[in-house]
Design a protein around this ligand. Sequence first.
Ligand code: SAM
Ligand code: SF4
Length: 333
Amino acid sequence: MPDLIDRFQRKHTYLRISVTDRCNLRCLYCMPEEGMVFMEQHKLLSYSQIIEVAATAAKFGIRKFRITGGEPLVRPGLEELIAGLSALSGVEDISLTTNGLLLASQAEKLKQAGLKRVNISLDTMDAARFQFIARRGNLDKVWEGIEAAVQAGLHPIKLNCVLLKGVNEDEIGRFLKLSMEQPLHIRFIEYMPIGHDDDGWRKHYLPLSRVLEEAAKLGFPLEQEEGPVGSGPSENWRIAGGKGSFGLIHPISEHFCKSCNRLRLTADGHIKPCLYWVDELNVKPALGSSEAMEQIFQKAMEIKPENHEMAALLAGDKQSHVPTERRMSQIGG
Ligand code: SAM
Ligand code: SF4
């Protein structure tokens, strides 16, 4: 089977799999606080259907799978999916992105099933602010989840921190210190305007140049890391002598589409060639036919755009195409 190479010569080796759009939080940059309409359960792909899609992806040279959501840990029996993905030939890496709330009770069994590593979202270390950003849940549970991931031997552990102007930008120094004191990788992420959340985004978008400015202000000596940690588009740094490291994911201020190697599968069975645009391909009619499934992946390569245009939105420029109406929780990040 040939590699998945698109019109811009980008080779695709990574599939993000969303297993649900439901979540036990309502993070202000991801979902509205009230009124979210969730996918009907019968419209979600079953685990065996996801494995069927993933098997075709693996034949085309996809080597890394990330399970995401919504909150993936609210869907029961995730270890069944992880075990099925692990059994596919050629698969090198299975990871999970989670808000961590339910991780303490599941980390060990997910690791046993074949999960290699985990990204846990942590936007603040302040309990009251956690309530403001996530609107539900409990910060202590997230720390318990992080601790359980360490105990289970999931490695590396990355903490995803979406920086929000006027909300958590004063915690940059605290997160940098955490990366110095603990063997954790902190990923600072720029707030992206997904699913017509333009007002919230304009209010809270912060370019990640702020992180390096803050490190300089605090006198932290920085060393740039050679290659990326894992498979992400992250620019990676370390405070000299620190136990951990940190990364900058800046899709807007310095977009990284040139090296995009990923596809996304939504919980309701659509391949999204790009996070940002409306285009997607329904895999459901192709279930049961490996030939039809292969055509979907080939089609994704044909229609994948050169880049997103989030920076054009910020500048107020006209966009060349139609952005998706899905919220981030309906795509998987
Ligand atoms: N519920 C899990 C979690 O929060 O980690 C997984 C799904 S969540 C959609 C995946 C990642 O997307 C999280 O790290 C979250 O912080 C990030 N995210 C959500 N909305 C975002 C936005 N508008 N801009 C940037 N990152 C966002
Ligand atoms: Fe839920 Fe993750 Fe979205 Fe927060 S970012 S609302 S935890 S899906």
